[in-house]
Design a protein around this ligand. Sequence first.
Ligand SMILES: [Zn+2]
Length: 160
Amino acid sequence: MDKQQKTRSRSATRPSTKRGANPAASSHKKGHGGKFVTAINCMDGRVQLPVINWMMQNLSADYVDMITEPGPDKILAEGSAAAQASIKSRVLISVNKHGSDTILMVSHDDCAGNPVTREEHERQLRQCLARIRSWKLPVKKVLGAWIDDTWRVELVEASD
Ligand SMILES: [Zn+2]
């Protein structure tokens, strides 16, 4: 039997004691207020917050547009043209619609989607950076980062 019976009928939500003004009202911004940046990151759940936090702290970003793939460094360095075009199309949305001025390309330790040595990751990472730069995007920075086994973000290569 896979029919689930509603055994729990929660009686009412907690009584809410509304205090003060709605904070959302005062912090509301028109349109895309705030600074966007772009990360091409792995889908691995362990590297999401480290990248977001690093970019917010080091690039004064308000929002991080996250483009994820399993092992994105391998895909952008050696993947099919279609797979690379898919990443590029998402980067373009971030740059053109959100005004992102910085792209961070990420490789990380213990990557299930691309289980190669750190040296190989870094070789691919540099290829990725060259490819991203070849797109001639209207951005200020294209950065490369390595995330180690303690989930610390380390800049591998930067260019302006
Ligand atoms: Zn990964």
